[in-house]
Design a protein around this ligand. Structure first.
Ligand SMILES: *Cc1c(COP(=O)(O)O)cnc(C)c1O
Length: 231
């Protein structure tokens, strides 16, 4: 597999989507989702200039963090259990998947202990799928107000995982809803809360997400190829 070619193709599509949306490509950060993929592949993308990588498991993120260059920004994009928080607060550049006060309290506690400030996004279950993590849109503002009061934690925006669809355009309404929610919350001017980041869009729908204002797109398969989870 030619990783350089994959990267060029994704970058070109990001550029085209930005042009269509009258946005600057520099407003969109590509997070290369490297879960299940070996360090060697990450090194190859690193050599091509990629610095943002996404992982969904704490152990895997920590292992790769130890092994790979220290200027990589590791984004934790998967569900985080409270008992794993202590391993990751000082290693993740940003935690995209905060969806409960209980989890935020644990992050805050560990952040204060380690003397760091952890950047987080609030994961919203816009699609309302039972199987998905994330806070309900209607409960998002309340959760944000509660988390904003905690020390050692900084809310930077919202994240969502849209359903898998054959045509990415089908997720337009999901991305539009997350954007509107972010605009509504931003208008409340809550102390210690920024809504600057919208983390949305994956291999199948990142171009659509960019049209709706995505700041981070999380792309795995289109860069690394299909994942093999083994058994
Ligand atoms: C795996 C994953 C991605 C990347 O998915 P692809 O379809 O392979 O691009 C993005 N976001 C989250 C939260 C993921 O778990």
């Amino acid at each position: 597999m030619d990783l350089r070619q994959n990267l060029e193709a994704v970058k070109q599509k990001i550029k085209n989507a930005c042009e269509g949306a009258k946005r600057e490509p520099s407003e969109v950060t590509l997070i290369a989702v490297s879960k299940t993929k070996p360090a060697e592949m990450i090194e190859e993308f690193y050599a091509l200039g990629v610095r943002d990588f996404g992982e969904n498991k704490v152990q895997e993120l920590v292992d790769k963090y130890e092994r790979l260059p220290k200027d990589i920004r590791w984004h934790l994009i998967g569900h985080l259990q409270t008992n794993k928080v202590k391993y990751v607060v000082d290693k993740a550049y940003m935690i995209h998947s905060v969806d409960s006060l209980r989890l935020a309290r644990e992050i805050s506690k560990e952040a204060v202990k380690k003397g760091v400030c952890v950047k987080i996004l609030i994961e919203v279950n816009v699609a309302g799928e039972e199987s998905k993590f994330g806070v309900k849109p209607s409960e998002t503002e309340k959760l944000i107000r509660q988390i904003a009061a905690l020390p050692g934690i900084s809310i930077c925006g919202l994240m969502t995982v849209a359903p898998y669809v054959a045509d990415g355009e089908e997720n337009s309404t999901i991305f539009c809803s997350l954007r509107e929610l972010s605009i509504d919350i931003n208008a409340k001017n809550i102390d210690n809360v920024s809504m600057g980041i919208l983390s949305m869009g994956m291999s199948g729908d990142y171009e659509t997400a960019i049209r709706w204002g995505a700041v981070y797109v999380r792309v795995g398969t289109a860069l690394f190829g299909e994942r093999d989870y083994g058994i």
